[in-house]
Design a protein around this ligand. Structure first.
Ligand SMILES: NC(=O)c1ccc[n+]([C@@H]2O[C@H](COP(=O)([O-])OP(=O)(O)OC[C@H]3O[C@@H](n4cnc5c(N)ncnc54)[C@H](O)[C@@H]3O)[C@@H](O)[C@H]2O)c1
Length: 251
């Protein structure tokens, strides 16, 4: 079978990097995109050194011109575009009364407008082949409320709305759209600065202790779920928001 391409946003670090590595190992030709061009190039170089298919692109998902230009370049230079992982996201704990309009606009631009722009640009191409699969990174904050994460939670609820609407609108075109809701994975978002505490490990441990399985998740756990939903084994799954949270939320 000819390899097909998948675009992963925010793939220079954290979950996106792990997802890009997993999809490349699955046999996809991966477009490794990130606002941090050097980080994206590092991940793509490493994959190519292992004999896997990958190209790097600098991309801020909130910028419509960059989105259109990168998607066009992927279509022109890589095998048939089949998939998109809307992974790029930002978040920082902030008391609701302290959230500035500027912070609100930026988090919305990256976490919600980014997946909207990327999905629109990519779906135009997927329709031509009558097949495709999109996975959107939402969060447990897309299904429940968490103090100091209201702005972030609103964007992640919106990602589930986007997932459901697109799954209905494009199912007839052979395009599946699903979301993944991670609980807690130790990436930059779990650093002291983003969590607004001197002891983010204690916060992480307290969240993990509230789960049915009593643990957090790894980058590989999220990459495995993404691999499943992107690939053919999930051929009859669309519109779902899969919690990968060790049983924090039963939803
Ligand atoms: N880590 C967790 O516990 C967790 C839990 C739930 C959901 N998530 C979601 O998973 C996704 C990945 O999170 P992570 O923990 O790997 O974060 P991270 O901060 O480790 O990595 C995010 C990556 O996105 C890139 N990025 C930031 N802004 C961008 C933009 N405008 N355009 C393109 N790239 C941009 C960064 O350069 C970075 O490489 C996010 O959507 C996040 O909300 C993470």
């Amino acid at each position: 079978m000819q390899p097909k391409s998948v675009i992963v946003t925010g793939a220079g670090a954290g979950l996106g990097k792990g997802i890009a590595e997993r999809l490349a190992a699955d046999g996809f030709d991966v477009a490794v995109t990130d606002i941090d061009a050097q980080a994206a190039e590092g991940v793509a170089e490493d994959l190519r050194a292992r004999g896997l298919g990958a190209r790097a692109y600098a991309l801020d998902v909130s910028d419509p011109e960059q989105v259109d230009s990168v998607v066009e370049r992927v279509i022109a230079s890589q095998p048939q575009l089949y998939g998109l992982v809307n992974n790029a996201g930002i978040g920082r704990a902030t008391a609701f009364l302290d959230i500035s309009k500027k912070d609100w606009d930026r988090i919305t631009a990256v976490n919600t407008t980014g997946p909207f722009l990327m999905s629109q640009a990519v779906i135009k191409e997927l329709i031509k082949h009558h097949e495709g699969s999109i996975v959107n990174l939402s969060s447990i904050a897309g299904k429940d409320g968490f103090p100091h994460w209201v702005h972030y939670g609103v964007t992640k609820h919106a990602v589930i709305g986007l997932t459901r609407g697109l799954a209905r609108e494009f199912g007839g075109e052979g395009i599946r759209v699903n979301a993944i809701c991670p609980g807690a994975v130790k990436t930059a978002i779990w650093g002291a600065e983003a969590q607004g505490t001197d002891d983010p490990d204690a916060l992480f441990a307290s969240l993990a202790s509230r789960t049915a399985l009593g643990r957090g998740q790894s980058v590989e756990d999220i990459a495995a779920a993404t691999s499943f939903l992107i690939g053919n084994e999930a051929i009859n799954i669309t519109g779902i928001s899969l919690s990968v949270d060790s049983g924090l939320l039963f939803s």
